[in-house]
Design a protein around this ligand. Structure first.
Ligand SMILES: *[C@@H]1O[C@H](CO)[C@@H](O)[C@H](O)[C@H]1NC(C)=O
Ligand SMILES: *[C@@H]1O[C@H](CO)[C@@H](O)[C@H](O)[C@H]1NC(C)=O
Ligand SMILES: *[C@@H]1O[C@H](CO)[C@@H](O)[C@H](O)[C@H]1NC(C)=O
Ligand SMILES: *[C@@H]1O[C@H](CO)[C@@H](O)[C@H](O)[C@H]1NC(C)=O
Ligand SMILES: *[C@@H]1O[C@H](CO)[C@@H](O)[C@H](O)[C@H]1NC(C)=O
Ligand SMILES: *[C@@H]1O[C@H](CO)[C@@H](O)[C@H](O)[C@H]1NC(C)=O
Ligand SMILES: *[C@@H]1O[C@H](CO)[C@@H](O)[C@H](O)[C@H]1NC(C)=O
Ligand SMILES: *[C@@H]1O[C@H](CO)[C@@H](O)[C@H](O)[C@H]1NC(C)=O
Ligand SMILES: *[C@@H]1O[C@H](CO)[C@@H](O)[C@H](O)[C@H]1NC(C)=O
Ligand SMILES: *[C@@H]1O[C@H](CO)[C@@H](O)[C@H](O)[C@H]1NC(C)=O
Length: 834
């Protein structure tokens, strides 16, 4: 570094100059520098570059972060060389390199260009890219950068960044986690694009694969848990000189990033215009099945309530020793190519990791089958592309690794697996494996997993209590009621644990003045609800299961198990339960403003709900529902969302209540079927009302109805089979005539309402109540859509049940109709705590 005295004087000089310039500039030249406390700001004020100390670290680093979210550092220059004092500066050195210098001009970090640059200038772009280029040309196209930070990713992939391989230089760009939240030096985890004939995305722990997506299928990575319809599009480009992964946002107003965090989780994070924090769009791995090869070779992993391993058809466990882990499945018959063999199709599969595969893009499925059949070692085949009609042929030779069963909208594909024609049914064995082996082998490891998860989650700034949902819950829905409550005196809150505090009957009785009628708030489907006051002064609502209600007991247990494990600002809290002398009682937080329907459908009270209040209520319900559906590892489908189940606290914040009908689903599972349809007339989606199919999309439907009701103060009467159209039909009619704004409750003053926002809300609500469940958005999309003015919303199709037409169409199926009408009788409409 040659000439310290000179450089030092020079620095003093440019320091003055620099501090003037750096107020608003986005560029550095050899004549300027950035010192501690100074920043470069990109021209549209999106990103900043400067010095920072992460968390409790005593070191300084040079980094780039969102101006709006200074805590979110997306790139770090000197990851391996922390700065110990406040005297470091960033400038352009004599050879044209970007350099980070210490007090005595020693190089801490450098862009390390090999060639000389004549007239260099560095600029922080609005994409978050710090680029170094020659100034003399006006050529600022990407190819003309001499160096760019996007080529040296830290732990974050921003829009415009590429991950993958430069085939000319053989260089790979990938993400490396920070060591800890306070230490940006490279951690053990990396996230990279792996080319195995086709590209996969994989997370590594050191050199060990932790989790991989399926191969790129032209549209998405198999089993990538994202539905990209509204927010962003994943892109894989395979060119002569590079194979890369990147993604594009459909809206430039949404900040988003893909990040690998210090614990090895890859998360996609979204920041909407109105957000106050990053929303986690997804986290991977988030269940055992997503761990690479978790079930061993030739097995399929499916997340039900737990991770289940089963040998693929045609394979059996190699060792019958139940304790061996990892397990391994081998062919049940040696393939000699003499016995007749065929292929069995399995749907919704995350295709195997490509250990030994071959690809022929011009073959169709028939040719693929014929080709695979010819070769004894070919174990399975599938289409390689799903775009433009399925096409291409992928064939797997040897063991099939990391096969997952996928349910729902997560990009599963069919695969064809080779079996001997005479394959005997080995169902019995399978049963034994599932029933006996799994509890022994899986549970200990699951608890380890869970503990690990829990550690991570605690660090995360998420208000939702994730691990409450973790595992105990699904062990058995039939857990005896009193096993759930823990003898714990006066309900001392053991909030760390998911077991509920047990209240004595005496204390509950005292709190409700011996269940006096004065304390009674109302009568629910399962029995009366009382207002009570505990000895510590806390007001509570007490739900007492009446003795006659035989059926209610199941729902009671269900509710207790579920809600005990849920904690979210927009879900009602359960404090404890009381099971004594044949009494079954639940004790909740007390909600002074009762429920939403009390306000909405009362001509006087609805005036108390202004525009802002209604917006807040809709957003709150959406957040609560999103938590149930997506932020918990096990999905919860509420199944009875309606205005009377939305309780309001003293500030009119909404809380979802009544989990009597709710169902837990595995993380990937999306749809269930029931013979007994419960729910409420007017809020039920057609597929649920008519066929008993319920899914998160049936809750979305109910949410859409709830939105329309909240905006219009009109009940969706659910008069489906008469000529008079219901609220959905009314809203649809207005929408078609471009008069949607007339739906708004007239008690709300025109000037109070933002018209574009109102239209957007109605648009979203109509998307939610579309006939076809697949057309309805999921809750994270709903939230994106209601929070973002700048998203182009899809046009809704005609809602379900707008008139008698739909009903008549489906009444061809007799059972459907009768089931539907029986709904009316079964409707369990809890009025708690009215
Ligand atoms: C600056 O860096 C040089 C070379 O890395 C080193 O020898 C010197 O001790 C450092 N000076 C300070 C004050 O850290
Ligand atoms: C700088 O580049 C040279 C070759 O271009 C390489 O040998 C050297 O290790 C690099 N130094 C750093 C700090 O990256
Ligand atoms: C680039 O060069 C032009 C003259 O060639 C000069 O006017 C301009 O200030 C330079 N820009 C920077 C950022 O140095
Ligand atoms: C800009 O640079 C790129 C790559 O070096 C080159 O292909 C392109 O022709 C240049 N454009 C202009 C206008 O100089
Ligand atoms: C990284 O891996 C090493 C062993 O390879 C281990 O000792 C260390 O604790 C790991 N660090 C983190 C942050 O997990
Ligand atoms: C990563 O590997 C290290 C050992 O190399 C191990 O201690 C650690 O538990 C692993 N972490 C995860 C998340 O698998
Ligand atoms: C393994 O499971 C089989 C039943 O499949 C049982 O008969 C056997 O005792 C078990 N062995 C061990 C070591 O647990
Ligand atoms: C792909 O399949 C086509 C049609 O079967 C065949 O003509 C072609 O040779 C195959 N290509 C390769 C590389 O095997
Ligand atoms: C079967 O496929 C494997 C793997 O591609 C290959 O090595 C082998 O030669 C093939 N065998 C025959 C008979 O085609
Ligand atoms: C997203 O989900 C919709 C249905 O909700 C589906 O039609 C679409 O194909 C999905 N998109 C992708 C990329 O999977």
């Amino acid at each position: 570094m040659g000439n310290p005295p000179f450089f030092f004087t020079f620095r003093c000089f440019v320091f003055l100059l620099g501090s003037l310039l750096s107020l608003a500039t986005d560029t550095i030249t050899p004549a300027t520098l950035i010192g501690d406390g100074e920043k470069l700001v990109s021209s549209s004020q999106i990103f900043e570059l400067g010095f920072f100390s992460p968390g409790k670290s005593k070191y300084k680093y040079l980094g780039i972060w969102y101006k709006q979210v200074p805590d979110t550092v997306v790139w770090v220059a000197n990851r391996n060389s922390p700065i110990v004092d406040s005297n470091a500066v960033l400038t352009i050195g004599n050879n044209g390199n970007l350099v980070l210098l210490n007090q005595t001009d020693g190089i801490i970090w450098s862009s390390n260009l090999s060639r000389e640059v004549k007239n260099p200038v560095a600029q922080l772009l609005d994409t978050g890219n710090l680029v170094l280029r020659e100034n003399f040309s006006s050529n600022t196209s990407e190819g003309s950068y001499l160096w760019q930070s996007f080529d040296c990713p830290s732990d974050t992939l921003l829009i415009g960044m590429k991950m993958g391989w430069d085939l000319k230089t053989g260089r790979e760009r990938y993400l490396t986690s920070w060591r800890t939240a306070d230490d940006p030096s490279p951690g053990n985890f990396t996230f990279r694009l792996e080319i195995r004939v086709l590209p996969h995305l994989c997370i590594y722990n050191g050199s060990v694969k932790l989790s991989c997506t399926g191969p790129w299928n032209g549209l998405a990575f198999g089993a990538d848990p994202t539905n990209t319809s509204y927010l962003f599009r994943p892109i894989v480009e395979q060119k002569e000189d590079e194979i890369i992964y990147r993604y594009e946002s459909y809206s430039s107003r949404i900040l988003m990033m893909l990040k690998i965090n210090p614990s090895g989780d890859v998360q996609r994070l979204i920041w909407h215009e109105m957000s106050t924090g990053w929303q986690v769009f997804f986290t991977a791995p988030n269940n055992f099945c997503q761990l690479y090869g978790y079930c061993g070779a030739n097995s399929v992993c499916s997340v039900d309530d737990t991770a289940n391993c089963e040998c693929l058809k045609g394979f059996k466990l190699k060792l019958q020793n139940n304790q061996t882990w990892p397990r391994e499945c081998v062919r049940s018959h040696s393939s000699d190519c003499i016995t007749r063999e065929r292929f069995i199709k399995f749907d919704d599969i995350k295709l195997p990791y490509s250990v030994d595969v071959s690809l022929n893009e011009s073959m169709n499925l028939k040719e693929c089958e014929a080709e695979c059949l010819k070769n004894c070692t070919c174990r399975a085949y599938a289409n390689s592309k799903v775009t433009g009609g399925d096409s291409g042929c992928l064939m797997w030779f040897g063991d099939l690794i990391d096969v997952r069963k996928i349910t729902g909208y997560n990009n599963g594909q069919p695969i064809y697996i080779r079996v001997t024609d005479s394959e005997p049914g080995n169902k019995k064995l399978l049963w034994i494996i599932v029933v006996l082996v799994l509890p022994v082998v899986l549970l200990p490891s699951f608890y380890i997993f869970r503990r690990r998860r829990r550690k991570h989650k605690e660090k995360e700034n998420m208000e939702a209590n994730w691990d409450l949902l973790a595992f105990d819950i699904n062990m058995s829905i039939t857990t005896r009621t009193n096993e759930l409550c823990e003898a714990d005196g006066e309900g001392n809150d053991k909030s760390k644990d998911s077991w509920l505090p047990l209240f004595s009957l005496a204390s509950v009785s005292a709190a409700t003045e011996n269940f006096s009628t004065q304390c009674k708030l109302g009568e629910g489907g399962f029995g009366p609800v009382y207002k009570g006051r505990l000895l510590n002064g806390q007001e509570v609502a007490v739900k007492r299961l009446s003795n006659q209600s035989g059926q209610g007991l199941t729902e009671f247990k269900n509710e207790m198990m579920l809600i005990a494990k849920l904690q979210h600002r927009h879900l009602v809290r359960l404090f404890g339960c009381c099971i004594e002398q044949g009494e079954n009682i639940l004790i909740y937080e007390y909600m002074p403003n009762k429920s939403l329907d009390v306000f909405l459908f009362d001509p006087k009270k609805k005036r108390l709900l202004g525009w802002q209040a209604r917006v807040r209520i809709i957003e709150g319900i959406a957040q609560g529902l999103l938590y149930l559906h997506q932020y918990s590892r096990l999905r919860i489908i509420h199944r009875d969302l309606k205005a009377s189940n939305i309780l309001l606290d003293s500030d009119m914040n909404p809380k979802i209540s009544d989990f009597g009908m709710a169902r837990i689903f595995g993380g990937d599972e999306l749809q269930g079927n029931t013979k007994r349809i419960v729910g409420t007339y007017g809020y039920m989606s057609p597929e649920y009302a008519l066929e008993g199919l319920y899914s998160i999309k049936s809750d979305v439907f109910s949410f859409g109805v709830l939105m329309l009701e909240t905006l219009s103060s009109k009940r969706n009467t659910g008069v489906y089979n008469s000529d008079s159209s219901n609220l959905l039909g009314y809203a649809w009619g207005l929408w078609k005539d471009d008069r949607a704004h007339e739906l708004m409750d007239p008690v709300i003053k025109q000037d109070e309402v933002s018209l574009p926002m109102l239209i957007r809300y109605i648009n979203v609500a109509l998307l939610c109540v579309q006939e076809n469940a697949a057309d309805r958005p999921i809750m994270s999309d709903v939230i994106s859509m209601i929070e973002n003015e700048h998203l182009n919303l899809p046009s809704p199709k005609e809602p379900a049940f707008t008139n008698s037409k739909n009903m008549n169409n489906s009444s061809h199926s007799n059972s459907g109709t009768s089931q539907f009408y029986s709904v009316n009788d079964l409707t369990v409409s809890l009025i708690y705590p009215r």
